[in-house]
Write a protein that binds this ligand. Structure first.
Ligand SMILES: NC(=O)c1ccc[n+]([C@@H]2O[C@H](COP(=O)([O-])OP(=O)(O)OC[C@H]3O[C@@H](n4cnc5c(N)ncnc54)[C@H](O)[C@@H]3O)[C@@H](O)[C@H]2O)c1
Length: 122
């Protein structure tokens, strides 16, 4: 079972069948996949993301019923409280995963996916 399927399974295994899920880092590689799966399953999804690499990875999801965005940093308590306030479950995928070398720039990330070039899908 891959990571995103596992995360969806964890949400669905909740005894109360949560329908409102906040995905921190929902604009990232794994987050954007998870958000789409959750929306497809009828969950309401809030993305809390600092959009460090833009929003290309979720462009196809913008406007989907049940999706809301909270642009912000997880370390900002006001943004986090706002994003979590109605959530039945929170999935935390917000992180600095592949910190580029000091000589790299954000251009080392794919413009189409917002994820580092060369990263393989799990
Ligand atoms: N990609 C993989 O193959 C893989 C495998 C195993 C585990 N993981 C873990 O899954 C998590 C997500 O990985 P990913 O590949 O999707 O990363 P990613 O870099 O593609 O996405 C991370 C997202 O988090 C956001 N973010 C970073 N710091 C933030 C902050 N302080 N506040 C709000 N948003 C913030 C970024 O803007 C980005 O959209 C990481 O913890 C990673 O270690 C990833």
């Amino acid at each position: 079972m891959d990571a995103e399927t596992s995360a969806v399974g964890a949400v669905e295994a909740h005894p109360q069948q949560p329908s409102r899920v906040c995905v921190v880092g929902g604009a990232g590689f794994l987050g954007s996949i998870l958000v789409e799966l959750l929306l497809d399953d009828g969950h309401q999804v809030t993305i809390l993301d600092a959009f460090l690499y833009g929003d290309d990875s979720i462009r196809n999801l913008l406007g989907r019923p049940g999706l809301s965005l909270v642009p912000g940093d997880l370390r900002d308590i006001a943004a986090t409280v706002h994003a979590f306030r109605h959530a039945d479950a929170v999935v935390h995928l917000g992180a600095l995963v592949a910190i580029p070398p000091a000589t790299s720039t954000s251009s080392s990330r794919s413009k189409s996916t917002g994820t580092p070039r060369g990263r393989r899908r799990p």
